[in-house]
Design a protein around this ligand. Structure first.
Ligand code: ARG
Length: 581
């Protein structure tokens, strides 16, 4: 997708080339001083160094060339040789007319690994952030033309599986799965429900903490499960199926969807061959009965422990399944990039995995990248918990933000006369916007405080404020339609219209910047500025009450483009706009 800055850069590059200077210097960007100019190009300074010329004199040559371009209203030298650029209003308006630029497929594929819930274990705020951030990134990469495959990568193969199995054995719930002489087939019906698992897991985990004997049993069960013991596999299938249904519903209530529901276990068939291969090539080596891949490199500032591939008891670990998952992804998607949207506290883990993958040469053409994030804290400064404390369920969290939104809507007198169903739907959308915008508007690596009181307000930098801004434009356009007013192409006649159009046209650059930094907060900022610029335009100009029909139509046209842009950006943030508020 190319934006205005890219279009201007192409012109400046041509001017530099025509002067026999490196094209790349013709980089144009939005001005640091919007009060002085719309765009700037700083390349003449670097060019002067290369050409050993006077920077202002050299800038003048570029300026002379650019002045010949009809798109510019102003081309000026500032300071030691910066070039300031303004476009004509006609050129700006014409570009706004085109509406939203569509991304061309960029021919690149990315696998985005996020969500990462664990079967039977409760979700925590890290999983919530991963879901919100990862989903926004998948929407952004798609919007920018990537082929995206998202994978929830469930934690379904670790010690918690052995803990569940041995706890079920202790309770005698389903003896058939433990009967070594049983030849199958095992019952189709799961012996446990999702609710059962939620009760069994904490009990199992507590038992293992209290009693080393029980922990040993759980370890053994894990190793036997991974080694393929049929009864354990059959039980595992049940755990997976009941959990998947529950988790899918929870993610769905957040508006988050995955292309793949794979997990650690799904690459089990690849683990054996991979381990053999790494052994044969001496990439893996024996150490105290375990099999490891040393990943320390010269110049490491911190200690870099080896990646443990297979433990003494034969069980594989988190790093092993992550390595095998890379093998799987290279085979299935052959991506250019694999992005792991996972808590920053796992950074060392990913560093080990990435190094091992590079050493083993299994990543194909893929760049491996960990896009970590900080913690969502409560107002008490500790990792956020729902009021009930402890176990966080997305349902409870969504109920909480929805109730808050409902309260705010009532206070603002919104929707009192709407049908109950619609009113509830609005509260849900506003509640989710509260949560998502709070999360996404902070740069991902910074910890932040989820202050529901602040983020649920209809004013300030909040999700509900942006929804409200979009709904307001929707209602202007609806009234225009009812009154029979058509819209036409936008025209710029005032500073407010010019500022709004410039903001609209800067979206492609912001989307590129958000992608480059894996940073949806760039788009949160963009959406907020857009709302403010629209608000200024709206308060300075008549729209529906404008008597001049041409002017009214042009302003309605600007409303059209603003609304489409706002909806588009909010969609990338995973935020829905209600019909009315
Ligand atoms: N299940 C893991 C956890 O709860 C997150 C998985 C992240 N993805 C990965 N490929 N390791 O911490």
């Amino acid at each position: 997708m190319t934006g205005l800055a890219a279009e201007l850069s192409a012109l400046a590059r041509r001017a530099f080339a025509a002067e026999g200077l490196p094209e790349a210097l013709g980089q144009v960007q939005a001005s640091d001083r919007p009060d002085l100019a719309q765009f700037q190009c700083n390349g003449a300074l670097a060019a002067a160094k290369i050409a050993k010329a006077n920077p202002r004199a050299l800038a003048q040559k570029i300026v002379d060339r650019l002045r010949a371009e009809p798109i510019f209203a102003k081309v000026e030298i500032a300071g030691p040789g910066f070039i300031n650029l303004d476009l004509t209003d006609a050129a700006l308006a014409e570009r706004a007319r085109g509406g939203l630029p569509k991304a061309e497929p960029n021919g690149k594929a990315v696998v985005i690994d996020f969500g990462g819930a664990n079967i039977a274990k409760p979700m925590h705020v890290g999983h919530l952030r991963s879901a919100i951030l990862g989903d926004s990134l998948q929407r952004l990469f798609r919007a920018n033309g990537w082929t995206v495959t998202s994978d929830v990568h469930l934690g379904d193969w670790g010690l918690q599986m052995g803990q569940l199995i041995s706890e079920i054995e202790h309770r005698g719930i389903a003896p058939v799965y433990f009967d070594a002489s049983f030849k199958g087939p095992y019952p189709e019906q799961s012996p446990v429900t999702m609710d059962d698992l939620e009760e069994i897991y904490p009990a199992a985990s507590a038992a293992c903490k209290a009693d080393p004997e029980r922990l040993e049993e759980a370890r053994r069960a894990t190793a036997e499960l991974q080694a393929g013991r049929p009864g354990y596999r059959a039980l595992w299938e049940h755990f997976f199926d009941v959990s998947k249904v529950g988790l899918d519903r929870e993610y769905d209530s957040l508006g988050v969807h995955f292309d793949l529901w794979k997990g650690e276990a799904s690459v089990d068939p690849l683990v054996g061959p991979m381990v053999e291969d790494l052994k044969a090539r001496h990439i893996a080596q024996e150490s105290e009965g375990a099999l490891i891949v040393p990943v320390a490199e010269e110049g490491d500032k911190k200690e870099m422990p080896p990646l443990i591939l297979v433990k003494k008891d034969g069980a594989v670990l988190y790093g092993t399944t992550d390595l095998a998952t890379i093998v799987d992804r290279v085979k299935e998607q052959d991506p250019d990039l694999i992005l792991y949207v996972v808590d920053q506290r796992q950074h060392l883990h990913f560093e080990q995995v990435f190094r091992a993958a590079r050493k083993a040469g299994i990543a194909g053409k893929a760049t491996l990248e960990h896009s970590g994030f900080g913690t969502m804290n409560g107002t008490d400064g500790k990792p956020f918990k729902t009021r009930a404390g402890g176990v966080m369920k997305l349902f409870d969290l969504i109920a909480m933000v929805t109730a808050e939104a409902d309260k705010r809507l009532s206070e603002a007198g919104i929707g009192a006369d709407y049908p109950a169903q619609e009113r509830a739907d609005i509260a849900r959308k506003v509640g989710i916007a509260t949560l998502k915008f709070a999360d996404l508007s902070n740069y991902r690596l910074t910890d932040y405080v989820f202050d529901i009181e602040r983020f649920s307000r209809f004013e300030g930098k909040t999700g509900p404020y942006l929804q409200y801004a979009a709904v307001r434009i929707q209602s202007i356009l609806r009234r225009a339609k009812e009154e029979g007013h058509a819209s036409s192409a936008p025209v710029i006649r005032s500073p407010e219209e010019r500022a709004l159009v410039l903001q609209l046209l800067s979206l492609p650059e912001k989307m590129a910047a958000a992608e480059d930094n894996r940073a949806p907060n760039v788009l949160c900022e963009y959406a907020f500025e857009l709302a403010q610029k629209f608000s200024r335009f709206y308060s300075e100009h008549h729209i529906l009450s404008e008597d001049d029909a041409d002017l009214r139509a042009a302003r309605l046209g600007l409303c059209d483009v603003t609304l489409a842009t706002m909806v588009r950006v909010l969609d990338i943030l995973g935020i829905e706009v209600p019909e009315r508020m």
